[in-house]
Design a protein around this ligand. Structure first.
Ligand code: MCN
Ligand code: MOS
Length: 766
């Protein structure tokens, strides 16, 4: 990533400190009522005149050459308007994905001629109704000359894999390990995992004119997606509009336009009619890649009293046969504990799979699984309490960069979380705690997530009735963006939060970067804060200088509070009264937090439509991370081997929370997903043809209410203005990190069995 200085200059500290105002309060979700009442319009629910329906046809082999496609029967089928494949598709200009993977050549169609994975799109049918398109799709005959398939990295032919340039080294780990009094070594594995948001992928593509495209598509990044379509169709960026006011979850899967997105847009263009394409649940398992399977071998060397001497880490993840995805496995390993000798290596193993992608806490999550299990194994080996072992290796500075922490409140998390859980009552011996036939296990592990930041842009509009609008192309996928941005504006402006509405998810609005890397809340609250302060200044200027203002010439002493503008003593007037007196319909202010104001349009666009602006710490003097400690109780049935998580207490340091109720919901969501990861989720692949067998919600099991116990979350964060302008740190992905190892460690404590491959099932305990 490009290291650009994007940190905003801090204004007057008093402007940013936690106030008794709306920011930081437990306000209910602004979008809640519209969602529960069915009034929230999701992408595929938009109604358009003359809408056609598109169905994709995916490859049923894992590798091969397409010899022929017979479209004739499908073309003759009732209601069919178009059958598309590589032979008759409009050709687009190719565009690299997030990670720089670019299809070969300058031309691109989403329809394969050479098949690299099972589920790759080979054709599509467009018809008047969905049923007609589905029926006709059955009639398309695809003849393929199959080639050998390497379905997963468990296939010995997949080989050792290819190194990627992420080596990390310090000290001399080989010598340190050779000399270390205690060494533990183990290999940990995680399976393919899928994002499975409640709302599957899909879109409506609508060409208003030959050079104007509107896309209704669930999106974590409408500006990035608009750029994608603009490149594909060689249109000016402004001619593409991506609309995504509501998103039924994404978890990383909705950051960019995907091959099926191109298929729908091509069909709409060729037919000059709006086209809807709904990816079915089974199809989503190959429409987007999900987290790749990982394998990590860790060696930890330590003194007898538990001082880490060395860590040696070798990790690999599956990637596609023709594209690179790196699940960055060394990221937590290298920054969690003070260790003088360190090595981390990473490889990628190409197999016949769809290109894997980002999935909640990419890299961090499997990285912590290996490290935090290995730390538990070391604690057992040393006869030390696992919390005590961690305390003995708590680093004063970031061991990788040597930078001081902006804040790191893990000691507090251990203390507060351990106390709430009752950790002191734990008998360290495995199989020592039971209730009847239930073996009880207590385990713990840590999680962390970096603080990323990008610039953002926002508009604040004060309307004639005194109400306020906040506008941004940022999105809310259930996270709380609508709510916290209203809180931020209300706070900075001095109006009641009920008076503020937020409009999001439209690339025509002021720009925002991706809602990924858990960066959006911090960067957009900063952008809205800046903008709202500017709007307040304009309001005050209007009150002081407008000839018709009842408050004119009051020296510069006006205060805005509670929706009223007033001199320090006296009641003043409402904002609506000021707007009426001065004859204003609207007062509109746009600001951004770009590093320099005089950026050209092209440069601005680059910041908001590529990852170029995503600051990961270069040029920032402090190491910025959120942290958490999870304490978990499991109950394992001695006869049946069934595993239940019966209690979770997590103490989390995510700095200042803009809305503790919503942050709590984020934390709990992450923990729920972590329980699914530990015990349930597994993409099972047919070794013969690379087909994903668990491509539905019956076979790909995610945690349901019945799997979830009482979860207690405790925030131990304090405002961290070295991390972000308003003092918050990363929230959305934090809590999933560390849950799976805490459960694996608890299962060991309950049973004496160390399970190093997820998910932990009753079979694995036999
Ligand atoms: N928040 C807060 N105080 C802070 C930071 C955040 O109160 N200091 C709260 C806010 O309500 C904010 C939310 O936490 O809206 C998430 O903020 P943030 O950590 O900045 O994460 P993003 O807004 O960037 O959201 C993306 C993040 C990621 S990367 C994934 S993956 C993920 C996640 O959020 N996917 C989700 N949480 C999800 N939650 C839901 N319901 N659905 C998804 O798909
Ligand atoms: Mo989250 S996986 O960074 O969208």
């Amino acid at each position: 990533m490009i290291g650009v200085e994007t940190r905003m200059k801090h204004g007057d500290a008093s402007d940013r400190s936690p106030s008794s105002g709306p920011l930081g309060r437990e306000i209910v979700r602004a979008d809640g009522p519209s969602k529960v009442q069915g009034a929230a319009t999701y992408a595929l629910e938009h109604r358009l005149e003359g809408l056609l329906h598109c169905v994709i046809i995916q490859s049923t082999v894992g590798a091969g050459q397409i010899v022929a496609i017979d479209r004739s029967a499908a073309e003759a089928s009732p209601g069919v308007r178009l059958v598309l494949d590589a032979g008759n598709s409009l050709t687009l200009r190719s565009q690299p994905d997030f990670f720089g993977n670019k299809p070969p050549g300058d031309d691109y169609t989403p329809f394969a001629t050479e098949i690299r994975h099972n589920g790759e799109i080979v054709a599509a049918v467009v018809a008047d109704t969905l049923e007609q398109a589905q029926a006709a799709a059955q009639l398309v005959r695809v003849e393929v000359k199959p080639q050998p398939v390497i379905a997963t990295h468990d296939d010995p032919r997949s080989g050792y894999g290819n190194p990627v340039p992420l080596d990390k080294d310090w000290g001399n780990p080989d010598d340190a390990l050779a000399d270390a009094p205690v060494v533990v070594e183990a290999t940990y594995e995680t399976p393919r995992e899928y994002n499975v948001p409640i709302e599957p992928h899909g879109l409506i593509a609508h060409w208003e004119a030959d050079d104007r495209l509107t896309i209704y598509e669930p999106s974590q990044w409408v500006d990035g997606m608009a750029k994608h379509y603009a490149t594909w169709f060689e249109l000016p960026f402004e001619n593409v509009r991506v609309v995504s006011p509501f998103v039924g979850g994404g978890f990383g899967s909705k950051g960019q336009a995907l091959p099926h997105s191109a298929a729908a847009a091509i069909a709409a263009r060729m037919l000059r009619r709006p086209v809807k394409l709904a990816v079915s649940r089974p199809q989503t398992f190959t429409a987007y890649g999900g987290r790749p399977a990982t394998r990590q071998t860790l060696k930890l060397g330590a003194t007898r009293d538990g001082q880490l001497l060395a860590i040696d880490h070798d990790g690999s993840n599956e990637t596609a046969a023709n594209a690179t995805f790196i699940e960055t496995l060394g990221v937590v390993t290298s920054m969690m504990y003070a260790v003088p000798n360190f090595r981390s290596r990473q490889r990628i193993v190409p197999v016949n799979t769809v290109t894997p992608g980002a999935f909640r806490a990419p890299g961090k999550n499997p990285s912590a699984f290996a490290l935090e299990c290995a730390m538990d194994e070391l604690a057992v080996e040393l006869g030390l309490d696992p919390v005590e072992l961690r305390l003995r290796n708590e680093p004063d500075v970031d061991p990788e960069t040597g930078k001081p922490w902006s804040s790191r409140r893990l000691r507090e998390a251990y203390a507060v979380g351990g106390e709430a859980f009752g950790w002191a009552r734990r008998d360290p011996a495995p199989r020592s705690m039971r209730e009847g036939r239930q073996l009880i296990g207590w385990g713990m592990a840590c999680g962390t997530h970096p603080v990323y930041s990008s610039p953002g842009e926002a508009m604040v509009r004060i309307l004639a009735d005194g109400s306020v609008e906040v506008l941004s192309s940022a999105i809310d996928m259930g996270t709380g963006t609508y709510t916290i941005l209203a809180q931020t504006a209300a706070d900075a402006l001095g109006v009641p939060v009920e008076q503020v509405t937020t409009k999001l998810g439209d690339s025509r609005l002021p720009r925002a970067p991706v809602a990924g890397g858990s960066q959006l809340a911090n960067l957009m609250t900063a952008a809205v804060h800046t903008t709202a302060l500017a709007a307040r200044e304009e309001l005050i200027a209007l009150g002081l200088t407008d000839p018709n203002s009842p408050l004119r010439d009051r020296a510069n002493t006006l205060i805005v509070a509670g929706g009223r503008i007033a001199p320090p003593s006296g009641d003043g007037i409402s904002i609506a009264e000021l707007m009426a007196a001065t004859g204003r319909d609207v007062l509109e202010v746009t600001r951004d937090t770009l590093p320099k104001k005089e950026r050209s349009n092209d440069e601005r666009l680059k910041f908001f439509t590529t990852m170029a602006g995503m600051e990961r710490g270069t040029g920032i003097p402090k190491s910025r991370h959120s942290f958490c400690a999870h304490f978990v109780e499991v109950r394992v049935d001695e006869d049946f081997g069934t595993i239940r998580v019966s209690r979770v207490v997590s103490a989390l340091d995510a700095g200042r929370l803009y809305n503790p109720k919503l942050a709590d919901s984020q934390f709990k969501g992450g923990i729920v997903m972590g329980i699914g990861m530990a015990l349930l989720e597994e993409g099972i692949t047919d070794p013969r043809n690379g087909r994903i067998l668990s491509s539905n919600l019956a076979d790909y099991r995610i945690a349901t209410n019945a799997d979830i116990p009482h979860i207690e979350t405790i925030s131990v964060g304090i405002p961290d203005y070295d991390a972000t302008p308003l003092g918050g740190k990363a929230v959305g992905e934090l809590a999933i990190v560390g849950v799976a190892p805490a459960i694996a460690n608890a299962v060991f404590h309950a049973t004496g069995k160390r399970i190093r491959r997820l998910p932990i099932t009753l079979e694995s305990l036999i």
